[in-house]
Design a protein around this ligand. Sequence first.
Ligand code: SF4
Length: 374
Amino acid sequence: MSNNIGVYNEVSRRDFIKTCLTATAMLGLPYGMVNKVIAAAESSNKPPVIWLHFQECTGCSESLLRSSHPTVASLILDTISLDYQETLMAGSGEQAEQSMHDSMAANKGKYILVVEGAIPTKDNGIYCKVGGKTGLDSLRSVSEDSAAIISIGTCAAYGGIQSVEPNPTGAVGVRDIIKNKTIINIPGCPPNPYTFLSTILYYLTFKKFPELDTLGRPMFAYGRKIHEHCERRPHFDAGRFAEAYGDDGHAQGHCLYKLGCKGPVTYANCPVQRFNDVGVWPVSVGHPCIGCTEPDILFKTSIAEKVQIHDPTPFDAYAPIDIGKKGKGPNALTTAIVGLAAGAALGAGAMMAKNLPASIENKDKQTNEKSKQA
Ligand code: SF4
């Protein structure tokens, strides 16, 4: 076992491998790649990370670090070298500032800048100041020599609630300010910790970031609509809806579309990679999806407002023979088959992680034994 992983006593070797298996499945990588992902997670070559907070509630950090099961948080902290993070660091004031500048100087062009929160731009950004500098100045100066930027959460990605009209501070997302860097958006309010962990593991494994969509989001996590994997989808297709909170339909787990669910127009993996390690997500507990990963929905459309479904996509579990009727011709069929494969892969990955295959555990034990003997 790597010393780094061992620092967190709560994380057993078994849990560590299970988490890597889940991340491998989430990334859509073949099962055989899990050993490469494990090796990358254990590598001592940790990317330096500077993590800046601007206009936000710190919910993204909280969600990452306060997961009910410690493995994900521990792995995140163990796979990166977190050189500056205002919420977590023990130091403060000049000492903290110095450590950030030391890291930037020592890791020029190599460090990853993680941004949490929107950036106010009105009146030269005076509405958010840390260490005597505006968020705008800090973002520009720290991004200058970074290798890439990860905008974590909807505020850093698109401006979030701070940017809602009348937007008194002129809040925007990182991509509205920085134009000359690779920027990975991991939106969500909050995003799933596994999405962040998997992005980092992908970077460690392949020395590059995963494929992004037009909004800068990793395709592995934001490539499909919520509606395609939702467990209430059979009710939607059968026309069974909750009409009001607490009515019979709601109590029986019917579709939440009429309560304003934004799942049909929201790209995210919530129904597949759920939250809190106990398999829940908003829709599973009776709340409509609020579209928190989309730039124009969260806080900009009322929760009760029904979305227009312009581009219907099939449920991932339908057999292809049904899809031609429900979808929109040949493209829908292709989409559905891909969806079926993606859903099956993720589901299989989750099951593999739950029932950790003996072959992986044995192989891992043998590797560890050999390294101990050497
Ligand atoms: Fe699920 Fe919402 Fe789609 Fe209904 S409308 S199936 S609750 S995602």
